[in-house]
Design a protein around this ligand. Structure first.
Ligand SMILES: [Zn+2]
Length: 841
C-alpha cells in the first residue's frame, strides 16, 4: 500500500489535474499558446513545487512525454479516462453536422437529462437548462438556479472567477491547508461546480440532438471522480503487481485495452451503507423538550453517518473524494476492489454495530455491503447500483443476526439505578441513570439519551451564537470540558460550538483533531489543520424567536397549532435509472445528480427557510407580517425533508420549498410530494409525525377526487387530509387554493397576530356558513347553489370592499361544483388565520 503521504499527493494530483482548463478559459496573456496541461502545471508548480501534484497536470494525456514511464502518471491518465470514458459529447462524423471547441460554452444542467419519470417508459425530455458561472454573496455560494436561455461564460467572467479562486487558494495556503484534501475539495466545488469539464460544441442533426451532446459534467465532478478512481486503481494494481510497481511501468496492467473488456477484472467497489431503525429511533423521545430531543436525535444520526464514513475512509486510506453521497440514513463510496477493502468493510461494520448495539439496545443497525464493478460498467452504472441495493435489502432481512445470542440470552441484570426506575426516554434498565433537566423538570435517563438531548441543545445554541457554527471532533475525551458540552459517538467526542477562530499560541495538545464547518463556504474560516465542511439542514428561528413548540404555537400567526410536514422526491429510483437515457446512465452523471440533490436538501434548504439574500422571497399568505420562520428542520438530506413548527410557517415554508425545488431542477417532471398534519403543541410528536407520514402517503397514492380516480404524486396534502396536485390546470390544485384565499381575504385585515374582520365587511359567521355549504356539496353532492345564492343575497359589504365583493361573488358562482374542494381548503386556512393566538385551550 502507498504511504499516507503518497496517497494524499495522488489524490491532490487527481483533483488538480485539469485545473489548467479553468485558468485557460480566463485567457491571461501569460498563458497564450500554452496547453491546459502546461498552464495547470505552471500554476501548481508555484504552490506545490516539482511534485506529483504539479507534474500530474502535464502528464495525464497519452501524448504527454512522461506518462508511459511512471506508474503514478499512468494511474492518473487511466483515472482521467475512466472519469471521461462516459462522455456522450463525442462527435459522430456520420450523424453530426459539426463540432468545434468553444470556450464560452455554459454547463448543461444535469437535471435536464432526466426524462419524465412519471411515464411508464420515460421518454419526454424536459426543456434545456444551463448553469451560469457562480456568483458569490459575501464569499458564500448563494442561490443560482439554472436558466433556460443558453448564456455565455465569457473570458472576463472566467478571469474574475479565477482571480477569486486564486486569492482564496492563497488564503488556504497561508493557513497551511493546501494539503488538506477536504479543504481543497470544498474550494474546487465552490469554483468549478458550475463550469463544464469540456467545451466541445457538437451540432447534431437537430436542436434536440445538439443539446443531448452539450457538455453536462462539471469540472468539479470530473476532478473529484478522477481523484477517486486514481486512488482505487493504484491500490488495485499494487495488490496485484506489488513488486513490479516500483520496478517498471505497468502500462498494459493499468491502461491496457483488455482492462476495458466486458469480462475484465473489477478494479472498483461500490460500497453502500444503510442505517436501519431510523424512524423508530427518531420518535422515541419524551414530550418534554420534544423539539431539542428530536433535533438532537436526527442530528446524531447525521453525525453517526459521517463518523461511519470517516471510519471507513481512514482504514481504507481514502479521502472524501471517494464519497459519492451521504444523507437520509445512507452513504455510498467508491473503493478499490482489493482483499484489504473487503476486510476493512467487514471489520468497521462490525465495530460500529457493536457500539450501536451497546448504546441503543439493537434499535439501530448499520448494514454495509459492497459490489465490484469494472471499467466497462462506468458507461451504465444502473445495474451496479441495483445490485448494491438488492444486497442491502437482503442484508436487512437478517437484522439483529449478529447479536442474536445476546438478544436471546438471559436478560441482563438491571443497573442498580434501575431497581426502582428506568430511562424515561427509551425505557432501558441496564445502564446507570443520569439526571436530565428540562426547564423545571428533571428526568432520569440513560447516557445515550442524555447525550442526544444535549446535542439538540448544543446545536441550537451554536447556530444561534453566530453565522458559522462548527463541530469539534476530539479523538480522546476532552476532560477540560463540562460533560454536557459534548457527546460521544463510539470512540470520538463531538462538540458543537459557535465558531472556530484559532488563537496563534493555542496549545495543540488542547486542540481538537478536526473541526467541521457547518454550511460554510468561506475557506478563510478553515483555520484548523483538520478543518472540513459539513452540510446540514440546521435552520432555526433566530435568537429572540420562540425556542420550543409551545411558544411557537402561541406566538405564531392565527390559531395556536403546530404542524409537521414530510416531503420527498417522487420516483427517485426511476430518476436515477430509467429516467436517464440508455447509454447515458454514467457514473459521473448519477454522481452529479446525487451531489445536486444533496446541495438542495442539506444546504439550500437553510437559505430557503431563512429567506436569505438572493433566495426567492418567502411566501406570506394574506400579506401577514414578515417574521422569521417559526419552524425547525428536523431532518433534511438525501431526497427528503421533515419540518416541524407553527402550522402557518410550516405551510408557507412547504410552498417555498416546492417552488424553490422546481426552480432548482428546472425540470417540470422532477417533482416532490408532501404531507402536512396539524395538532396541538402538547400532542406527542411521534403521533404528528405519523399523521404527516399518512398525509404524505395520501399525496403519493392514487386518490378519489369527487367521482374520479386521479393519479398520485406531485401533490401536497394540506392540513391532514386535503390532497391537491401542485399544478394541474384541469383540477383543483394548490395554486387554485391560494387563488381562492386571495378572493376570500380582502374583507379581513391583518392584526398583530391574526386576521380580523373589517367593519362592514364579512363576518366570521359568513365564512363558517360558506364553509358548511361547500362541505355539504363535496360530501353529499347536494346541489347547494340556491342556498349559496341565498347566503350571498342577504350579505352586504360597504364602500371600498364593494369591488372585491363582486369579484368574490363571480368567483364563487363560476366555480364548478367539483372545483369547490379548493374553496373549502382556502376557507379552512383563512379561518385558522382568523383565530386569535394566545394560550392553547
Ligand atoms: Zn435511554
Amino acid at each position: 500500500m502507498l504511504s499516507r503521504e503518497q496517497r494524499r499527493s495522488l489524490c491532490l494530483a487527481g483533483l488538480f489535474h485539469d485545473v489548467g482548463k479553468f485558468k485557460q478559459r480566463a485567457e491571461f496573456p501569460e498563458d497564450r499558446g500554452l496547453t491546459h496541461g502546461e498552464i495547470g502545471y505552471r500554476w501548481l508548480q508555484e504552490h506545490y513545487g516539482e511534485t506529483l501534484v504539479s507534474l500530474g497536470a502535464k502528464n495525464h494525456h497519452a501524448a504527454d512525454e512522461d506518462v508511459w514511464s511512471v506508474n503514478d502518471f499512468l494511474v492518473l491518465y487511466e483515472a482521467d479516462n475512466c472519469s471521461a470514458s462516459e462522455r456522450h459529447t463525442v462527435y459522430d462524423k456520420a450523424k453530426d453536422a459539426s463540432a468545434s471547441w468553444q470556450r464560452d460554452l455554459p454547463l448543461a444542467c444535469v437535471f435536464s437529462r432526466v426524462r419524465n419519470p412519471h411515464e411508464d417508459v420515460p421518454k419526454t425530455v424536459p426543456p434545456p437548462a444551463y448553469w451560469a458561472l457562480p456568483r458569490f454573496q459575501k464569499g458564500t455560494v448563494g442561490w443560482h438556479p439554472p436558466q433556460t436561455a443558453e448564456g455565455k461564460n465569457t473570458g472576463p467572467m472566467y478571469r474574475d472567477l479565477w482571480e477569486k479562486f486564486a486569492l482564496e487558494f492563497q488564503a488556504v495556503k497561508s493557513l497551511s491547508n493546501q494539503f488538506n484534501v477536504d479543504v481543497v475539495l470544498h474550494l474546487l466545488e465552490k469554483y468549478t461546480g458550475a463550469i463544464p469539464s469540456m467545451t466541445l460544441r457538437v451540432k447534431g442533426a437537430d436542436d434536440r440532438e445538439s443539446y443531448r451532446k452539450h457538455p453536462d459534467v462539471s469540472l468539479f465532478d470530473h476532478l473529484k471522480t478522477t481523484a477517486a478512481f486514481a486512488l482505487c486503481l493504484a491500490d488495485f494494481c499494487l495488490e496485484k503487481h506489488g513488486d513490479d510497481w516500483t520496478r517498471r511501468p505497468l502500462k498494459e496492467e493499468i491502461t491496457g485495452a483488455a482492462s476495458w473488456d466486458d469480462k475484465a477484472e473489477c478494479p472498483f467497489l461500490l460500497v453502500g451503507g444503510d442505517l436501519s431503525g431510523v424512524q423508530r429511533f427518531l420518535y422515541t423521545i419524551t414530550s418534554k423538550g420534544a423539539l431539542k430531543a428530536l433535533k438532537g436525535r436526527s442530528f446524531f444520526l447525521e453525525l453517526f453517518l459521517e463518523h461511519a464514513v470517516d471510519a471507513l475512509l481512514e482504514q481504507l486510506g481514502l479521502f472524501r473524494c471517494n464519497v459519492v453521497f451521504t444523507g437520509g440514513g445512507h452513504f455510498y463510496l467508491v473503493a478499490p476492489n482489493t482483499s484489504a477493502t473487503e476486510k476493512v468493510v467487514a471489520d468497521v461494520a462490525q465495530r460500529l454495530n457493536r457500539y450501536l448495539f451497546d448504546d441503543f439496545n439493537g434499535a439501530l443497525e448499520l448494514f454495509v455491503r459492497a459490489v465490484p464493478f469494472r471499467k466497462a460498467d462506468l458507461k451504465d452504472v444502473t445495474t451496479v447500483w441495483q445490485r448494491l441495493s438488492e444486497e442491502l435489502e437482503e442484508a436487512k432481512k437478517r437484522k439483529g443476526e449478529a447479536f442474536l445470542a445476546e438478544l436471546l440470552g438471559d436478560p441482563k441484570d438491571p443497573d442498580p439505578d434501575c431497581y426502582t426506575d428506568k430511562c424515561q426516554v427509551c425505557g432501558r434498565e441496564d445502564r446507570p441513570l443520569k439526571n436530565l433537566s428540562i426547564g423545571e423538570t428533571t428526568l432520569p435517563v440513560c447516557e445515550p439519551c442524555r447525550d442526544q438531548y444535549f446535542l439538540g441543545h448544543l446545536l441550537q445554541q451554536a447556530s444561534r451564537k453566530g453565522d458559522y457554527p462548527v463541530i469539534y471532533r476530539w479523538d480522546k475525551e476532552p476532560e477540560e470540558l463540562r460533560r454536557e458540552e459534548y457527546v460521544r459517538i463510539e470512540n470520538r467526542w463531538y462538540q458543537p460550538a459557535g465558531g472556530f477562530f484559532r488563537e496563534k499560541d493555542e496549545d495543540p495538545e488542547d486542540s481538537p483533531e478536526a473541526v467541521f464547518h457547518l454550511n460554510d463556504w468561506d475557506l478563510t474560516h478553515y483555520r484548523h489543520p483538520g478543518s472540513r465542511p459539513l452540510f446540514a439542514g440546521i435552520y432555526l428561528p433566530p435568537e429572540d424567536a420562540p425556542r420550543d413548540l409551545e411558544s411557537m404555537a402561541e406566538r405564531g400567526f392565527g390559531i395556536p397549532r403546530i404542524a409537521v410536514m414530510r416531503m420527498d422526491v417522487d420516483r427517485l429510483g426511476r430518476i436515477f435509472s430509467l429516467g436517464l437515457p440508455e447509454g447515458e446512465r454514467t457514473f459521473s452523471l448519477t454522481a452529479a445528480l446525487s451531489r445536486q440533490l444533496c446541495l438542495f436538501f442539506k444546504y439550500h434548504i437553510n437559505g430557503i427557510l431563512e429567506g436569505a439574500n438572493g433566495y426567492p422571497e418567502k411566501t406570506r399568505l394574506a400579506d401577514r407580517p414578515d417574521t422569521p420562520r417559526m419552524a425547525v428542520v428536523v431532518y433534511s438530506g438525501g431526497d427528503d425533508l421533515f419540518l416541524i413548527g407553527h402550522w402557518l410557517d410550516v405551510l408557507e415554508a412547504t410552498l417555498d420549498v416546492q417552488k424553490a425545488f422546481a426552480a432548482f431542477t428546472a425540470n417540470p417532471f422532477i417533482t416532490v410530494s408532501a404531507g402536512m398534519a396539524v395538532g396541538g403543541a402538547h400532542e406527542p410528536v411521534y403521533r404528528l409525525a405519523e399523521a404527516a407520514g399518512d398525509a404524505e402517503a395520501l399525496a403519493k397514492g392514487e386518490r378519489r377526487e369527487g367521482t374520479k380516480t386521479v393519479p398520485g404524486r406531485q401533490a401536497l396534502t394540506l392540513l391532514g387530509n386535503h390532497a391537491f396536485p401542485w399544478k394541474d390546470p384541469k383540477r383543483p390544485d394548490v395554486a387554485k387554493v391560494l387563488e381562492a384565499l386571495e378572493h376570500l381575504r380582502p374583507f379581513t385585515a391583518v392584526n398583530d397576530r391574526s386576521l380580523k374582520t373589517r367593519p362592514h365587511g364579512l363576518s366570521k359567521g359568513f365564512y363558517y356558513r360558506l364553509l358548511e355549504l361547500v362541505r355539504r356539496q363535496r360530501r353529499d353532492g347536494v346541489w347547494v347553489l340556491p342556498k349559496l345564492a341565498h347566503l350571498f343575497g342577504r350579505t352586504r359589504v360597504d364602500g371600498e370592499m364593494e369591488g372585491d365583493w363582486i369579484k368574490l361573488k363571480n368567483y364563487i358562482f363560476s366555480s364548478k361544483a367539483d372545483g369547490w374542494r379548493h374553496v373549502e381548503a382556502a376557507l379552512l386556512i383563512l379561518l385558522m388565520m382568523m383565530r386569535e393566538g394566545g394560550r392553547e385551550k
